[in-house]
Write a protein that binds this ligand. Structure first.
Ligand code: MRU
Length: 368
């Protein structure tokens, strides 16, 4: 992804210093572009928990690099393995819903134990962290190619007229290492010359749509309009949405999709208006153990202050303001689950499948 013409990923090893990981600190976007340096597991765990970085794929990549940092700071004696296990638990406990987090930590634990010396273990962790990041970017690129076909087909039915796509939260480049999932399909279509316009849900309470997706789309030159979260149903009733594409933080192998809070309501409205509703996700976001998303997926509950306060630019400074009575209580459920029956299809790096066990396992037969 290019920022002001310069190619960036969302996380990378600092050039010239392999002991430092650099990230884009997303808390400052869209108003400031800040790069943060992380050198310890504690710092990486804080960056994930307090959402300096966020989004399922990026959380997975960050966890991979967090485990690498753990190998660097672990004691060089018999206590090494115990230290690594504690670091794994610390990273896994930061955010519960995105399955990529545990997936990446477990992948590192499996690999690190194959090293015979501490030096070997550090080298393995470094290699695996980079592989996780590279694979995330490549899978998202492929998701874009598969999603393109769906957008192309709608464009043809409209004789090249604008394809209006609604998206929720940020399933873009900033939620992964590069490209994004839902947004990857949109960028690929835009780059192929298809006329697309994106309705960007603001995505309260943290406004990932208004702050991040709208910024990304603008950087890529994709026409977009931010809407208040409750607007989508109205637009769908009036023929102003051709398709919905969202991301996912955890998808069961039976096709239930956990995504940012409010996704379920968009799926209901899309279903009522016969509008195709797609979830785009790399297979690292599929939970191969979970069958029933509603019963089994743990939904993160965050601090109610994220609902009560809002941050933004005021007189050239970032300020935080209270929206509610000071003493009001607020509940902050971060995700919801859209049942498979409301989903038209799932766009993965291997192609598009129906949201059911048979179709998903046909694409990933090694998981049978
Ligand atoms: O709480 P966040 O910002 O980490 O939420 C994750 C998301 O970005 C969205 O739910 C997104 O649509 C999923 S795609 C990674």
């Amino acid at each position: 992804m290019n920022i002001n013409g310069k190619a960036f990923r969302t996380i990378w090893v600092k050039p010239g210093d392999e002991k430092v990981i650099q990230i884009i600190d997303q808390r400052h976007l869209p108003h400031q572009f800040v790069i943060e340096e992380l050198e310890t597991v504690d710092q990486m765990a804080t960056a994930i928990k307090d959402m300096h970085l966020r989004g399922a794929g990026l959380i997975g990549a960050a966890a991979g690099f967090g485990m690498y940092l753990a190998t660097l700071e672990a004691p060089g004696n018999d206590a090494f393995d115990q230290y690594i296990l504690l670091a794994a638990e610390q990273l896994k406990s930061t955010r519960p819903t995105a399955v990529n987090l545990a997936w990446a930590v477990n992948k590192q634990l499996d690999a690190i134990q194959n090293g015979n010396t501490i030096r070997e273990k550090i080298n393995i962790a470094f290699t695996i962290a980079n592989e996780i990041a590279d694979e995330d970017a490549e899978h998202c690129r492929r998701i874009g190619e598969h999603g393109l076909k769906l957008i192309e087909a709608i464009s043809e039915t409209k004789n090249g007229g604008t394809v209006n796509i609604l998206t929720h939260c940020n399933a873009g480049w900033l939620a992964f290492v590069d490209y994004g999932s839902a947004s990857s399909a949109i960028y690929t279509a835009h780059d192929k010359g298809i006329n697309v316009h994106v309705w960007v849900d603001e995505t309260r309470p943290r406004n990932q749509g208004a702050s991040l997706t709208a910024w990304e789309m603008a950087q890529h030159g994709v026409p977009n309009t931010i809407i208040a979260d409750n607007t989508g149903g109205h637009l769908m009733q009036h023929g102003l949405v051709d398709m919905v594409i969202v991301g996912s933080d955890r998808t069961t192998y039976t096709g239930d999709v956990a995504n940012k809070i409010g996704t379920y309501l968009k799926a209901l409205a899309a279903h009522d208006n016969n509008i195709p509703f797609y979830a785009a996700l790399p297979s690292s976001s599929i939970d191969w153990q979970m069958e029933d998303g509603l019963k089994e997926i743990v939904i993160e509950e965050r601090n109610g202050d994220e609902v009560k306060y809002m941050e933004g630019l005021c007189d050239g400074e970032i300020k935080k303001v209270l929206l509610t009575p000071f003493t009001s209580k607020a509940a902050n459920y971060a995700f919801d689950v859209t049942p498979a029956r409301l989903i038209t299809g799932i766009i993965t790096e291997r192609g598009i499948c129906e949201p059911n066990k048979e179709s998903i396992l046909n694409l990933f037969p090694e998981k049978k």
